[in-house]
Design a protein around this ligand. Sequence first.
Ligand code: NDP
Length: 318
Amino acid sequence: MSRPTVLRVPPLSPQLHAAVGDRYDALDLPTDADARAAFLAEHGGDVVAIVSTNGGRVPGDLIAALPRLGVIANQGVGYDNIDVPAALERGIAVSNTPEVLDDAVADTALALLLAVRRRVVVADLFVRAGEWSKGEFPLTDQVSGSRVGILGLGRIGQTIARRLQVFGCTISYHNRHRVPGVSHTYAASPAELARSVDNLIAVVPGGAATQAIIDREVLDALGPDGVLINVARGSVVDQDALVAALVEGRLGGAGLDVFAEEPQVPAELTTMDNVVLLPHVGSATHETRAAMRRLTLDNLASWLTDGTLLTPIPEMGR
Ligand code: NDP
């Protein structure tokens, strides 16, 4: 019996790439635009499923070139890399990988907050450069007991909040809707939230609704003693405004896992010692990536078996 044809949209991890190849007739979408057009003309009619990750785009014209496409299984909880309206209009199912990455991303947010406030990276360089023998390292700012605002108190945001409670932090948040059953203070807007905290952590989804939701007004509300942590998407911050605020000393510091045009990082940021930069590794642990991979493959297998998904994206209804 012939196996379903599954299109792998790069980049996929070697493990996910191999696992799809073991189970299905797998094709790889070429990265070169000309090669891609010829490839789709030849193979587009065979493809019934896509496997993608946040780093690989699934735009409307790709979906349109795959007339038999029935499912997009995305490894990642965010799916702003996919043209979801184009998929749903065709009745194409879309899955993501919620919950299995909450702990890893929350750990990353805490690591960034501690690294920026306690100047962990700068202090490490200080020791390595032999500066310690010449004098003490300057004092830093405490995270424990500080006021932290969470923009996006969802699955990951609440996992971050639980960690911060152990640190004795005062937690407030902004979502479009209040979260029932939590005691954290609700702020009516991102600017109001920023105005009332020492540290602001962004963990909202990317996409049009949150594009530059952290703009100059929010950054100025956070102020010269404030720190921004972004483990959401680069698109949620006005990156030019962020760089300007840091250059002009209107913002105290930043810890960033995500950027507007990854893997490009504004050159100004790489020279600042009040900024910690990570290469989008929020969920990148062995344990979590294995769990994300399993859930992606299970969604794919489930859909191919009986047309259901374990974790459909919210727009599909659960
Ligand atoms: P959830 O859907 O559980 O939570 C998202 C939260 O954001 C909800 O509380 C939601 O509340 C709020 N929100 C959504 N839209 C808006 C808006 N326009 N304005 C204000 N608040 C909003 O998602 P997760 O916690 O699972 O994941 C959050 C995001 O984290 C992902 O979408 C992804 O982009 C990012 N992420 C980054 C990773 C990394 O490697 N750095 C890894 C994993 C995830 P409400 O609906 O009430 O507004």
